[in-house]
Design a binder for this molecule. Structure first.
Ligand code: SAH
Length: 393
C-alpha cells in the first residue's frame, strides 16, 4: 500500500465525504492504482499457490451499487440520513454517493424530506422511540424494477396511505414497497417481520441471461456489471460437461447454479442457510425452467457431512462463502466426496488463503486464480480460484 500511494493525483476522487465516511478506503488512489494495490494484495496472499491473473477492473467504476442502505437519525431538531461512519453508529449525512445507484440516493433523500410533513421522525436507538430506522433500496439494473424497504421500530405507521402515495407520485419507477420491523438493539439493518405495502414484495433482475427474483432479505451481488464477469469466470473454471453433477454451496438465491444449469445442461444441488434466499432460489429455478436443480436450506458444512456419509458424488463444487470463509466440516467433506473440480469464489483473500492451504494439503491443486474488482474504491477483493483433484497415487 505504501509504495503505490500517490503524492497528489486522485486524492479523495472528489468525494466530499471521503474522510468522514470511511466506506471507500482506497479513494486516495486513482482507479488504476487501486487495481494494482488489489493485485499486489492477491499475489501476497495467493502467489504461493500459483500465477495470479491480472485483476479484471470496471470500465466505469461509479454508481455500481444496486443496493443502497441509509440509516436515519434525529440530530439537533433535524432528521439526517446516510451511512454509519466505519465501526460506529454515528451517521454521516449522504445526499449522493459515488458508489451508489443515483435513483436509490434520490429516493432516500426524498423520504428524508417527506418525513416532517407527515410529522414522522427518525427512530432513536437509545430510547427505542420514533419511527424510521433505515431505508433500503434495491434496483434491478436490467429489469428497472425498484424495491423500497422502510425499516421501522414498530408496526405503527401513521398516515401510511398518504405517505406511500406521496412517495409513489414522486417516483413512479418504484415497483414495490415493504415495511420491515426492527425494534431490537442490533446492528443488523433488517428485522424478521415484514409487510408488503405495495406491489409484490420483491424485484426481479436479469443476470447472465437468467431471470432472478430477489426478496428484501436475500443476498444478491451488489455490482451486477461485474457479477456477469465473476460468474462467467466461475463457469469457465468449472469446465462443465453435460451430465455433470454440480454442488452450488452458499448459493444465495441460486444464481451460480442456475446459470451453470442453463449454460451446460448439468444437474445442480444448491445449499444455503438463509430461508428467504432458498425460497427465492426454488422460485428462480422454476422461472428459468430448470428441472434438474434442487435447493436445501442448511448449513453448508452439516449438509456436506451428510452428503459424504451418504456417499454422494459431485463432479464440480462451486463454493461462495461469506467473508469468514468456509468451515472445516465443509472442507473435510469436500475431500471425502472427491469432486474433480472445485471453483472457490471468495470475498476475502485471508480466509481464501487459509481454506486453499487446507485443500492443497488434502488432494487438490490450484490451477487458476482470477481476481475481479467487484467493489471499486473499497479495499475489498473478490477472487475466483479453480482447483483440481490431484490424481490418486
Ligand atoms: N453464491 C451467491 C451467494 C454468495 S454470498 C451469489 O453469488 O449471489 C454467501 C451466501 O452464503 C449468503 O447467501 C449467506 O446467506 C450464505 N451463508 C452464510 N453462511 C452459510 C452457511 N454456514 N451455510 C450455507 N450458507 C451460508
Amino acid at each position: 500500500m505504501k509504495n503505490n500511494t500517490p503524492k497528489k493525483e486522485g486524492r479523495g476522487n472528489g468525494c466530499p465525504l471521503y474522510k468522514k465516511c470511511g466506506g471507500c478506503q482506497l479513494q486516495n488512489l486513482s482507479y488504476k492504482e487501486q487495481l494494482s494495490y488489489k493485485q499486489v494484495k492477491c499475489i501476497k496472499a495467493l502467489g504461493k499457490f500459483g500465477h495470479v491473473e491480472e485483476i479484471i477492473g470496471m470500465e466505469n467504476p461509479v454508481h455500481y451499487r444496486n443496493k443502497v442502505q441509509a440509516a436515519f437519525k434525529n440530530t439537533g431538531g433535524k432528521i439526517i440520513s446516510g451511512i454509519y461512519q466505519s465501526s460506529s453508529h454515528r451517521v454521516v449525512e449522504v445526499n449522493e454517493c459515488m458508489l451508489e445507484d443515483k435513483l436509490a440516493d434520490e429516493i432516500i433523500v426524498y423520504i428524508r424530506k417527506l418525513l416532517p410533513s407527515f410529522r414522522l421522525n427518525a427512530y432513536n436507538e437509545d430510547t427505542g422511540r420514533g419511527f424510521l430506522r433505515h431505508v433500503l433500496v434495491r434496483r434491478g439494473f436490467s429489469s428497472g424494477q425498484v424495491m423500497v424497504v422502510l425499516v421501522t421500530g414498530t408496526e405503527l405507521f401513521p398516515k401510511k396511505r398518504e405517505f406511500l402515495s406521496a412517495l409513489l407520485k414522486a417516483f413512479p419507477q418504484i415497483t414495490t414497497i415493504v415495511q420491515n420491523i426492527n425494534g431490537s438493539k442490533t446492528s443488523m439493518v433488517l428485522g424478521k417481520k415484514e409487510f408488503v405495502l405495495y406491489g409484490n414484495g420483491y424485484i426481479e433482475d436479469v443476470l447472465c441471461s437468467c431471470r432472478f427474483r430477489i426478496s428484501p432479505r436475500s443476498f444478491y451481488q451488489i455490482n451486477p456489471v461485474q457479477t456477469e464477469v465473476l460468474y462467467g469466470t466461475a463457469i469457465k473454471f468449472a469446465a462443465l460437461k453435460k451430465g455433470d453433477r454440480v454442488l452450488d454451496a452458499y448459493c444465495g438465491t441460486g444464481t451460480i447454479g442456475i446459470v451453470a444449469a442453463k449454460s451446460a445442461g448439468v444437474s445442480v444441488v444448491g445449499v444455503e442457510l438463509n430461508e428467504d434466499a432458498v425460497s427465492d432460489a426454488v422460485f428462480n429455478a422454476r422461472l428459468n425452467k430448470n428441472e434438474n436443480i434442487s435447493f436445501f436450506c442448511a448449513d453448508a458444512g452439516s449438509f456436506m457431512v451428510e452428503a459424504a456419509k451418504a456417499n454422494e458424488r459431485f463432479n464440480v463444487v462451486f463454493m461462495d462463502p461469506p467473508r469468514a470463509g468456509s468451515s472445516l466440516n465443509f472442507l473435510r467433506s469436500i475431500v471425502k466426496t472427491v469432486p474433480e473440480r472445485v471453483v472457490y469464489v471468495s470475498c476475502s483473500v485471508e480466509t481464501l488463503e487459509r481454506d486453499l492451504l487446507f485443500l492443497c494439503k488434502n488432494g487438490y491443486r490450484v490451477k487458476k486464480i482470477q481476481p475481479v474488482d467487484m467493489f471499486p474504491h473499497t479495499s475489498h477483493v473478490e477472487t475466483v480460484v479453480q482447483l483440481i483433484r490431484k490424481p490418486f497415487s
